[in-house]
Design a protein around this ligand. Structure first.
Ligand SMILES: Nc1ncnc2c1ncn2[C@@H]1O[C@H](COP(=O)(O)OP(=O)(O)OP(=O)(O)O)[C@@H](O)[C@H]1O
Ligand SMILES: [Mg+2]
Length: 340
């Protein structure tokens, strides 16, 4: 309950401490217990107001689970979440969602999030109705305003999802959460499957909405080229952990973690020079069996015996650049590639 929330001194909009989310833990009456999957395994993260933080990592590393945990639709197993100075962890999902309604989520597939039989206007009004907004006139005015904010004709409210293009559906997906006036928007792969020109307009829209409405984003993406264009800061996730966080130009210009370097080297759309000659070795391990020590050590070309034994703490490289690697001091920072 809000009254139970404590306030802490922090300029961060969102602060996450040692967040752990275990999925699929079974406690059968007979048979073996399943220990579950530590999809989020001790994440520390801060997002400043107005910031765009990118969250990058291979498929299955826990990005969506982290998002769902922040939203409160998935309960955290351990850890602390502070939103605008209020402690909002340790709640049952229904209550967690209410207390964290300042956080909203833009679904990866906006078409799937809309009812095909409902007009766009009705879908957009739904969130307001759930919130208890009883004035139809007020709801409709907010819907028209939100459609305008994402650059769509307010008359679009009368149309149906199948009548819209992919780019229009993305805009509707964004308008759908704007009516709820969020502070933090989590975008899960918002440009996946769009062609490059539509992608560019969606990115422009997101940047424009941030400055006009004072929004803050957690931007989840596989696409490093998009992350580089949009984000102020980037967090790199590997098997449920954040292994490196830095301002965008440092992540791309002077990455420290061997995994970050491998990801950059493996990204076909980046024009910067590849950083490590040998990219990631082999397939990612399953999050059900996270290796001991540094989770990345079995795939790391710089691994030494100590990497299999101790779990690296996050250490400051300088300023806002943090890295979790036992060997980062021994590895020369990569010569900054000539970036245009
Ligand atoms: N209900 C569940 N029970 C057990 N394991 C699960 C469950 N849901 C997801 N997982 C596992 O948790 C891990 C993290 O999944 P998650 O969807 O968060 O990854 P992701 O980084 O968002 O991947 P992608 O980039 O493919 O969207 C995966 O290995 C997934 O298989
Ligand atoms: Mg996902």
């Amino acid at each position: 309950m809000m009254a139970a929330a404590t306030t802490t001194e922090s300029a961060a909009l969102l602060q996450v401490r040692n967040l752990v989310t275990v999925l699929g833990r079974h406690r059968p009456l007979v048979g073996r217990r399943s220990p579950g999957v530590r999809a989020v395994d001790g994440v520390d993260l801060e997002i400043a107001p107005g910031e765009i933080l990118g969250l990058v990592g291979e498929s299955g590393c826990g990005k969506s689970t982290l998002a769902r945990t922040l939203l409160g639709v998935q309960r955290e197993t351990e850890g602390g979440i502070v939103l605008e100075g209020r402690t909002v962890d340790g709640l049952e999902p229904q209550q967690a969602r209410r207390v964290r309604s300042d956080i909203q989520y833009v679904h990866q597939d906006p078409g799937a999030a809309l009812d095909p039989w409902w007009s766009i206007g009705r879908s957009l009004e739904e969130g307001l109705t759930i919130r208890g907004n009883r004035s139809a006139a007020d709801r409709q005015a907010r819907v028209r305003r939100a459609l305008g904010e994402v650059g769509l004709d307010p008359a679009m409210a009368g149309r149906y999802p199948h009548e819209l293009s992919g780019g229009q559906l993305r805009r509707v997906g964004i308008a759908r959460i704007l009516v709820l006036e969020p502070r933090l928007v989590i975008l899960d792969e918002p440009t996946a499957g769009l062609d490059l020109s539509v992608q560019a307009t969606v990115l422009r829209l997101l940047r424009d909405l941030r400055s006009r409405l004072g929004l803050t984003y957690l931007f989840i993406s596989h696409d490093l080229a998009v992350v580089r264009r949009l984000c102020d800061r980037v967090a790199i996730m590997y098997l449920g952990r954040i292994v490196e966080t830095a301002p965008t130009d440092q992540v791309f210009g002077a990455p420290r973690h061997p995994y970050t370097r491998a990801l950059l080297a493996a990204s076909p759309r980046l024009d910067s020079a590849p950083v490590d000659q040998v990219p990631v070795l082999g397939e990612p391990p399953k999050p059900g069996a996270i290796p001991p020590g540094c989770a990345f050590h079995p795939r790391c070309r710089h691994a030494e015996p100590q990497c299999a034994r101790s779990r690296p703490e996050s250490e400051p490289v300088d300023g806002r650049h943090l890295v979790s690697c036992l060997r980062w001091r021994d590895l020369t920072p990569d010569p900054t590639p000539s970036v245009t």
